[in-house]
Design a protein around this ligand. Structure first.
Ligand code: ADP
Ligand code: ASP
Ligand code: MG
Length: 412
């Protein structure tokens, strides 16, 4: 029997009633002849609550215990989904990550999936079970500790199962009916895309469009998983949602396909560091060892052998970054007069594969922001994206004006 993977995000399993509606969708696919692997998230808001409990208890927490705690939300929904399906007379059972086992690296709180053996679940399918419900977002390390895959990680669990079981499709059910030109919560002019390339979705996701976790897109691209994003609230329709697919499947590429934003950015500046060979390594080495994900970097022009170094990183890593840099200073590895963290910034990015062949996109982006009186603090570009850091209070305005400037309302 062909295997189908269906993933339900937090809002789609937010109450017992929502779990029931999700189970009805699963039942439809079972009657259509599929063996279904359902990946569930925790109920909406649950993971945030658990993360907050961890932070309140221990700000610089032991990541192994963080994982033990925050993975628990998914266990509840997996069990509830199994019971709901059983009540509908559908043979189903739940699996926690370690039971499958979803084998991961031991990078707690951002572990990578290394292997998903299919035997256990396949044996059950062969014995007549129709639905395997797996708690998303979690796995087990080589040493037997529970791990989690980073926020939004159930998307990655879903794609990994689709790849391991060679599923016919991986359907990601969420609270929007597909992938839009920008977050529909920011502007009602956002338009749904019928298709988007893996490359563009990868950029949008890594730049803040949290509709899919970045690693899920990376994995779908690598294993050529047929990935679809659709609403768990609309009536089921055959070609609903947005298909994430290879570039070749898209007839006309857009210069800009989407605008992403991320409010979880912080800008950190080391004032007056010595401008000498090896200084970048001395700064970014300890940051990397402390698990800080540095994104944009600028080094100012030096004056009298001293310079300022600015970088951006996720807001929730500021404490770790400060600790790592201050201890490098105490150990005499680096020297600076001040370390300034600005957490009132946001990153805005324009993404499109058409940028490869069309010039002037950056100029248009900068002109648009300047017309709105928005100051650009840091710029970063790659082949198919341009990102800027701006004051957070301008985040919505920046997204809306760029959406207008690139005519995204007219995109199909
Ligand atoms: P789930 O709980 O189902 O995993 P998420 O909250 O993680 O759902 O992701 C869905 C949300 O992603 C939407 O509610 C929407 O606000 C946001 N989002 C951001 N950018 C986009 C985009 N370009 N297209 C669609 N949704 C987006
Ligand atoms: N529950 C986890 C989170 O909120 C994982 C997920 O929903 O994908 O990040
Ligand atoms: Mg999500």
């Amino acid at each position: 029997m062909p295997v189908l993977v269906m993933k339900f995000g937090g809002t789609s399993v937010a109450s017992l009633d929502k779990i029931k509606s999700a189970a009805k969708r699963v039942a439809l696919e079972v009657s259509a002849g599929h063996s279904v692997i359902v990946i569930v998230s925790a109920m909406a808001g649950k993971t945030n609550e658990l993360v907050q409990w961890v932070n309140e208890t221990s700000p610089l927490y032991d990541a192994r215990e963080y994982d033990a705690i925050v993975s628990s939300g998914e266990n509840v929904t997996a069990g509830l989904m199994a019971l709901t399906l059983q009540e509908m007379d559908i043979p189903a059972r739940s699996w926690q990550g370690w039971q499958v086992p979803v084998k991961t690296s031991s990078a707690h709180s951002s572990a990578r999936i290394e292997e998903i053996p299919t035997e256990n679940i396949m044996t059950k399918f062969n014995e007549g079970m129709r639905v395997a419900i797996v708690a998303g977002f979690q796995g087990v390390s080589e040493t037997g500790r529970v791990t989690t895959l980073g926020r939004g990680g159930s998307d990655t669990t879903a794609v990994a199962f689709a790849a391991a079981f060679e599923a016919t499709r991986c359907d990601i059910y969420t609270d929007v009916d597909g992938i839009y030109t920008t977050d529909p919560r920011i502007t009602e002019k956002a338009r749904k895309l019928n298709k988007i390339s893996f490359e563009e979705m990868l950029e949008l996701a890594s730049l803040g469009a949290k509709v899919l976790q970045t690693r899920s897109v990376e994995m779908a691209m690598r294993f050529n998983v047929k990935l679809r994003v659709l609403s768990s609230f609309d009536n089921p329709e055959p070609n609903a949602g947005t298909l994430v697919c290879s570039e070749e499947e898209i007839m006309e590429s857009n210069v800009v396909s989407g605008i992403a934003h991320s409010r979880d950015e912080a800008k950190m500046t080391l004032i007056s560091v010595a401008d000498r060979p090896g200084i970048a390594a001395a700064i970014f080495g300890p940051l990397s060892e402390a698990g800080v994900n540095v994104d944009m970097i600028i080094q100012n022009i030096a004056e009298e052998g001293r310079t300022d170094m600015t970088f951006s990183c996720p807001t929730d890593q500021v404490l770790r970054a400060e600790k790592a840099l201050n201890s490098a200073k105490d150990e005499g590895e680096i020297n600076f007069t001040q370390l300034v963290a600005d957490t009132n910034v946001a990153k805005i990015s324009a993404v499109g594969i058409g940028m490869r062949s069309q010039s002037g996109v950056a100029a248009k982006m900068f002109r648009t922001l300047s017309n709105e009186g928005i100051n650009i603090k840091v710029i970063a570009t790659s082949e198919i994206k341009i990102s800027v850091l701006v004051d957070r209070k301008y985040m919505e305005l920046a997204v809306q004006s760029l959406h207008d400037a690139f005519d995204l309302e007219k995109i199909t």
